[in-house]
Ligand binder design. Structure first.
Ligand code: CAA
Length: 440
């Protein structure tokens, strides 16, 4: 079967940055280390006054089309994943296509457009849809533009406020891709949950502590389900494991869970047995409660083991390097984690072609998906053409008062006027709220 996957990626970060330790923590009366060490976050991205999910998505897509020398005629499908949509009928992809048509002579009349919603996992679901459309032979030689765009804002004072972020990831999905091939094997963990909701409201209602438990439970189910189709996953089978990253601290918890699961029944578990014993087996316990307590004790011990730290430092930590500087991009988050991993390999001058990534996506409400990706021969060239860290470094640093103004500007109920902090250059801009307002 022909390889299908991601040929190239471009990102667009919201052009403003908030320093969590220097600027946010003191005004919240918090120890900065709660953010940098506890949550693992240093900065968040925010949209300037003239940015929204459409302009960020269109700017990322335009950058991608220009770099890959694509015309609208090459694009057979535009899928947008977002949990920040402002229109319950017309998909964001039509707004983005409208922007792009302003700068190309041609239009996208032939392209199938849609919008995917399932919290943060929608970005990966859109990617799956695009790959399946190509695998089914329905693409007529064209590729798919998959765009994950979000402004992840929380009400001021909400515990989630520290994890905000804004940006878009545009992915070009084709046959014989240069970056990664997606496996057709996927594992799912899905359940009706109410830990994170946005029913006709802009800012989410979140039960933060529960959302962590739900993330871990669904991710574990997805891993088990993935193994049922792809076979047992060993701790060294994958070069990196990019996970959905609402904040790096969440991934630290998921990583420990994944490590415990993957070492079960392996030589690694044997080697650790003298230090911390073997993993508790359910059959050895009278009830679920006692078993859970034993598992927690085992994980507490496992967390302290040098073997775990070494695995974490090489397979997980590198995936967090973008997220810790931009916050949660919801649908785009796991796709930033993948790119961070590839950057790490490039910096180490590692030849990654042929190696595998274990990608863990998650959406509240709730669903997790695990799939594998194989890094392709052209990965390094694609990566060298992309400058995520330069874009991040170019953002305007907000004071706390400016942050509050920006938050009010993007609050749909306030929509307050705000002079931009940066000057747009050759990019799509947004000049007001509501579907009839122009983006040009
Ligand atoms: N030094 C070092 N560490 C510190 C510290 C200090 N001074 N102060 C606190 N910490 C640690 C805490 O011990 C805690 O660590 P653990 O998680 O390992 O226990 C961590 O910093 C966070 O501290 P709190 O638990 O006190 O933080 P909080 O209650 O204010 O908020 C949160 C945490 C609930 C995750 C909140 O940020 C939130 O609601 N976020 C939005 C929801 C979310 O992101 N959930 C994640 C799963 S759902 C998902 O993934 C979907 C999605 O994208 C939203």
């Amino acid at each position: 079967m022909t390889a299908v996957g991601i040929d190239a990626v471009e990102i667009w970060t919201g052009k403003l940055a908030l320093d969590l330790a220097e600027t946010f923590a003191p005004r919240k009366g918090d120890d900065p280390e709660k953010y940098t060490k506890g949550l693992g976050l240093y900065e968040s991205s925010f949209p300037d006054a003239y940015e929204d999910i459409v302009t960020m998505g269109a700017n990322a897509a335009y950058r991608l089309m220009e770099r890959k020398d694509l015309d609208p005629e090459d694009v057979g499908r535009i899928d947008v994943a977002t949990e920040s949509a402002f229109d319950n009928s017309k998909p964001v992809s039509t707004y983005i296509a409208g922007c792009l048509e302003e700068v190309y002579d041609d239009d996208f009349h032939h392209a199938n457009k849609g919008e995917r919603k399932f919290a943060c996992i929608a970005g990966t679901q859109s990617l799956d849809d695009a790959c399946n459309w190509i695998r089914a032979g329905r693409n007529r030689g064209r590729g798919a533009l998959v765009i994950a765009s979000d402004t992840a804002l929380y009400a001021r004072g909400d515990a989630g406020e520290a994890t905000q972020g804004a940006g878009a990831v545009a992915m070009w999905v084709t046959e014989d891709p240069s970056l990664v091939e997606l496996s057709t094997e996927q594992g799912y963990g899905s359940a009706d949950e109410t830990d994170f909701l946005k029913p006709n409201q802009q800012f989410p209602s979140v039960d933060g502590k529960r959302s962590i438990q739900v993330y871990l439970a669904r991710m574990r189910e997805a891993l088990v389900d993935f193994e049922s189709v792809a076979g047992k996953v060993g701790p060294e089978d994958y070069a990196y494991a990019p996970f959905h990253t609402p904040y790096p601290g969440m991934v630290r918890k998921a990583a420990l869970l994944a490590y415990r699961h993957t070492i079960r029944g392996t030589e690694v578990e044997d080697a650790l047995a003298d230090e911390i014993g073997r993993q508790p087996r359910r059959a050895d316990f009278a009830d679920e409660e006692a078993f859970d307590a034993a598992i927690r004790d085992y994980m507490d011990d496992l967390k302290e083991q040098p073997a775990y730290h070494e695995w974490y430092d090489t397979h997980i930590e590198p995936t967090l390097a973008v997220s810790e500087r931009v916050g949660n991009w919801y649908t785009g988050s796991v796709h930033l984690a993948r790119m961070a991993a590839l950057y790490h390999a490039a910096e180490a001058d590692r030849d990654l072609a042929g190696e595998k990534l274990l990608v863990g996506s998650y959406g509240s409400g709730a669903q997790a998906e695990i799939h594998a990706e194989t890094v392709q021969d052209g990965w390094r060239e694609e990566l060298d053409a992309l400058s995520i860290f330069d874009r991040i470094a170019e953002r305007y640093d907000l004071s706390f008062e400016e942050y509050e103004q920006v938050h009010d500007r993007h609050n749909h109920e306030k929509q307050s006027e705000l002079e931009p902090f940066t000057t747009p250059e050759d990019e799509f801009v947004f000049d007001g709220w509501g579907p009839m307002n122009e983006r040009k």
